[in-house]
Design a binder for this molecule. Structure first.
Ligand code: ADP
Ligand code: ZN
Ligand code: ZN
Length: 724
């Protein structure tokens, strides 16, 4: 009986596929193979080698080609991925596809793992001397005139340089080469003297190096968490081990890379989705080879191979960006814990506004909590003030008190941040004559007015249309924008403060790569300015002259039906507020609301995040919501409502009978129509994870077999973080 390879393929089907071994080479668990699949060829991962086939082996196809002589994925990663696919109900192949950089999912040899360097060719030198190029090309020639530079250095000095490099290389002016990575390229810079709290935190984690132990590092922005990370990474490096640092967004990466590299004096490998595929594969392979000692990355970097793991850190652990919301719906923070356990290393979750999940774990004694309460260097925490905007005369949604605070700030030569978590000019365009409003035909929700682009845009499905000159219903020309988005606030602030630069930061103004960093870089530290923007502004690099945070409105968050809305709102307010007064100047925060008496706002502002989170947790416990219960959400959508209803009813009927399982639905999704598709859901809840997970796989298989499943698009979301 020939051996049979059980292969995970990148297709959305649960289960593995059996193939006969290739004629050439010996496949092993963890190596990639090219296999025939229908009329296609796919790259798959060998997950197991069995003596016998499930299907008669005479009917099995043979592997076309073995792509790796040894295992590309080590046993720890293989096991963790199998666990993850099982836990989040993913197709095994999709889990592997998430773990591997795109370039490694192709049937090509592994790329070399040297450093990528760029230099001028002879012709390039002449072109530089002649000054014959313009713009980015000229700048790049100038940078390289002094000698070759690595891709990483170029990314720091000239963001977006690759376009110019491609042009110049095609013209024969630049040359690309590979060099082995230097060992310790820079002398590390000196660390500040750590505070007592920081030292205690470092000592606690330090004492756990070499074994699994989760820690929650609870400290507001600016409290010195990154210094704690740095001190620990130094220890890990001194032991010859690797450290993995996860951050929620790439926006945070450039500044953090610089800081890590300058302090530690080692190369920091960066892994995120905005990287070129070659760079990404290279960084991944270096981590696998053990030559990358410090790896910084976003969500999918949690899958980085760590053969010499020492420590895993998850910064801003509460951030929802760690949860993948489509395809394989894993949570990188939770997976970081699983990996740390498998690798036998401590895992440090840092946040100024920890998730209720992590707080509950700490409360239950599963995590050890480390506190950073003081802010080094800051005079005192920002003062927070509620502005009651009821019955106020509003200027484009801004009260006199809020505008007054901005005026005082810029008059002192300082900077103000005006926060509003809505892009566009206005969330609604209304006819004052007849009451018509512009709605999305595909979602049944209002369209957002984008005045600068003269467009109405649906923020749910991206449907766009031109702004009508007159009301399509009654013909009146009296169309009025209702409510405010960042674009409108920008306009109003420009009119109010013509002497002061007003900078808008939202998805619209920062679409290009690095645009966010570049925008912020135009701010002068000693000049007044007004920043207006969405939650993107809650993060990003330090602005020492920023002393006022003005929150224009959060009332939508107080009304939301999502049970996590309160937690999100509290986190957002605290994170944005944390931007004020980070350096030597004291900060101030004003928050205007129509509900100054709202208990969440009151407890948040009077007693801080920890107190508000305690109250939210008590509430969740009382009504048995996560983290005190476990959920799985079945979502379905289809062009017709009946198709959704039929599928969900059949799915409901296929559920195992279990008294401990609560079932809500079938019901409409909070957005019943989106992008022209009707949406519904079924929510499963149980007090124990085991009750819930016990029969999920068999239910999933039953769902796949349902005839009504063919008419809908459906997915299962384990531990959903929103119910949309
Ligand atoms: P967080 O990561 O919590 O936002 P950081 O570690 O970035 O905080 O620290 C905030 C600022 O305070 C940084 O400029 C950092 O250099 C400085 N800082 C942190 N710890 C100390 C310390 N012990 N002594 C002096 N400065 C410190
Ligand atoms: Zn009208
Ligand atoms: Zn829409």
């Amino acid at each position: 009986m020939p051996a049979v390879l059980r292969v995970a393929l990148p297709v959305p089907l649960p289960g593995l596929f059996d193939y006969l071994p290739p004629t050439v080479g010996a496949a092993c668990v963890g190596s990639r193979v090219l296999v025939p699949f229908g009329r296609h060829k796919l790259v798959g991962m060998v997950v197991a080698i069995d003596a016998e086939a499930a299907v008669g082996s005479s009917r099995l196809k043979q592997v076309l080609r073995l792509l790796d002589d040894g295992a590309l994925l080590d046993p720890e990663l293989m096991q963790t991925l199998a666990w993850a696919a099982d836990y989040w109900l993913g197709a095994p192949g999709e889990a592997y596809a998430n773990a591997l950089p795109l370039a490694l999912r192709e049937a090509k040899p592994l790329p070399p793992i040297g450093d990528e360097y760029w230099s001028l060719s002879g012709a390039g030198r002449s072109a530089h001397d002649a000054g014959s190029r313009r713009g980015g090309s000229k700048a790049l020639l100038g940078l390289l005139a002094a000698g070759a530079l690595s891709a990483q250095e170029l990314s720091e000095r000239q963001p977006g340089w690759r376009d110019a490099a491609r042009r110049l290389a095609a013209a024969g002016l630049l040359e690309r080469s590979e060099r082995p990575p230097p060992d310790r390229p820079l002398p590390p810079s000196l660390a500040p003297q750590l505070s007592d709290e920081q030292q205690q935190a470092v000592a606690a984690v330090d004492a756990s190096l070499g074994r699994y132990q989760p820690f929650l590092l609870d400290g507001v922005t600016g409290s010195g968490k990154t210094e704690v990370y740095l001190a620990l990474i130094e220890q890990v490096l001194a032991q010859g081990r690797q450290a993995l640092l996860l951050v929620p967004e790439i926006g945070l990466a450039p500044q953090t890379v610089r800081r890590l590299r300058e302090r530690l004096g080692v190369i920091v490998e960066v892994l995120h989705s905005n990287l070129s595929e070659g760079d990404r594969a290279r960084a991944w392979l270096r981590a696998r080879a053990g030559s990358a000692r410090v790896i910084l990355g976003t969500r999918s970097a949690v899958f980085t191979p760590l053969p010499q793991a020492g420590l895993i850190i998850v910064d801003e652990e509460h951030d929802s960006a760690y949860k993948q919301q489509e395809g394989f719906r894993y949570h990188a923070r939770d997976l970081a814990l699983v990996r740390a356990r498998a690798l036998g290393v401590p895992v440090l979750l840092g946040s100024g506004t920890p998730s209720l999940e992590s707080l509950a774990n700490a409360e239950a004694g599963r995590y050890r909590t480390l506190h950073l309460r003081a802010r080094p260097g800051a005079i005192r925490p920002p003062q927070v003030q509620i502005i009651d905007m009821r019955a106020q005369r509003l200027e484009h949604g801004m009260s006199p008190a809020l505008l007054g605070a901005v005026a005082d700030t810029v008059a002192r030569g300082e900077q103000a941040l005006v926060f509003r978590n809505r892009r566009g000019y206005a969330p609604v365009l209304l006819c004052h004559a007849c009451g018509w409003h512009a709605g999305c035909p595909r979602c049944d929700r209002p369209l957002t007015l984008h005045a600068g682009r003269r467009q109405l845009i649906c923020h749910h499905c991206d449907y766009r249309q031109r702004v009508p000159a007159a009301c399509p219903t009654c013909g009146a020309g009296d169309l009025k924008p209702q409510g405010q988005g960042t674009e409108r606030l920008e306009e109003a602030l420009l009119a109010q403060f013509p002497q002061v630069p007003v900078l808008r930061v939202d998805r619209e103004t920062t679409r290009r790569r690095d645009a966010f960093e570049q925008l912020l870089a135009t701010l002068k530290d000693d000049q007044p300015a007004i920043l207006v923007g969405t939650q993107m502004l809650a993060k990003g690099h330090d602005l020492p002259n920023l002393t006022l945070v003005a929150i224009v409105g959060v009332d939508e968050g107080l009304h939301s039906i999502d049970f996590r809305a309160g937690e999100r709102l509290a986190q957002l307010v605290v994170q944005v507020a944390g931007r004020a007064g980070r350096a030597r100047k004291p900060g101030r925060v004003v928050l205007q609301t129509h509900q100054p008496e709202h208990p969440l706002l009151r407890s948040l502002l009077a007693h801080g995040y920890a107190a508000a989170a305690r109250e939210l947790l008590a509430e969740r416990r009382l009504i048995q919501l996560p983290p005190y219960s476990y959920q799985v959400l079945l979502r379905a959508e289809a062009p017709q409502r009946e198709q959704v209803d039929a599928f969900l009813a059949a799915a409901h009927a296929a559920l195992p009978v279990n008294a401990q399982l609560q079932i809500a639905g079938p019901m409409s999704a909070p957005m019943p129509l989106r992008a022209g598709r009707h949406r519904g859901q079924l929510l499963l809840e149980a007090a124990s994870r085991r009750t819930l997970h016990g029969r999920l796989r068999s239910w999933q298989l039953a769902l796949i077999a349902l005839p009504s499943a063919r008419k809908v698009r459906w997915s299962l979301d384990v531990d959903p973080i929103d119910l949309y």
